[in-house]
Design a protein around this ligand. Sequence first.
Ligand code: ZN
Length: 361
Amino acid sequence: MRSSLRLGRIFGIPISVHLTFLLFIVFLGMVYAFHGGPKAALAGVSFILALFVSVTIHELGHSLVARRFGVKVNGIILLPIGGVSQMDDMPEQPGREFLIAVAGPATSVVLGLVLGIASLLLYGPAATFKTTVTAGLFLPNLARVNLLLAIFNLLPGFPMDGGRIFRAALAHAMPFDRATAIAASVGRVFAIGLGMVGLFFNIWLTFIAVFIYFGASSEANRVKIKTTLHDVPVSRVMAATFQTLSPDDRVSLAVEHAYHGFQEDFPVVADDKVVGVLMKPDILAALHEHGTGALVSRVMRTEFTTVTADQTLEQVYAAIQTCGCTSLPVLDSGRIVGLVTLEALGRYLVYAGAGSGANRT
Ligand code: ZN
């Protein structure tokens, strides 16, 4: 994500902060300064930074448990409404998803209790239980905020932990995609309710509700795509008739092929082996920089991903997302036998999705 700033690594996990989080800190700093002057602003901002550390620890709770289950953790990103652990693929075993989801709030509760006990020992019960967040002592406030963080994350909607915990609980009794659909619907209904309550009481709640509403939709979509593509072999949608280029061809030939057919990505083949790929953006860049006469070998990508016909469309989808490409050559014992495109995946999703709708009614 380019809209975020990398801070460093903890336990080998990259930590970054989303720019909106920085804006949030500036905004709160200004609010504090407006109400209490520079001293209050300093206290306020240092409190927010402590909160930021708390959120990081919460996310580390998720990430470390996930890593124990062999899930690759790509990083932790901090947003104004909380953190997100970016993981490769969450396990679809409900028990594991449950533990990973619970780990965050559990970490926050432990941290809140430890800070609370420290505050009791240092300041006594009167100061510790004073119920203001914007004024009062640093330590008891931080303890309270960590407990609030746990409660907030337990709200029952994606992408909050509560949504995942809810889905994991449902998934014990039904298939994963059905559990996701139900958890997403409940999350949406909850978000609409929270959004309306927010309009009357606190606009931040409405902001969070919008986040939960769209989070529900995107998680439901993600799982629907995964489930639809799960067991389908590449051979089902690959194009077996397609144009290839030779490294000695000119880019103008790719343009001609594009004019006369539907193909805009081309495998480059020499001696029966794929030696490169030339995709639409490469063709456009080559035309812009060198004109139509450029040699294919000069402008093709030499690092590319391939698949075999018996791999699944789910794997193709994941590969396409990581390589940032729009098609993959399909190989059989090293020789190219087909081409699978993002467009073909999209078509499959549309037709298969329409079909599954008919089955349900
Ligand atoms: Zn969490």
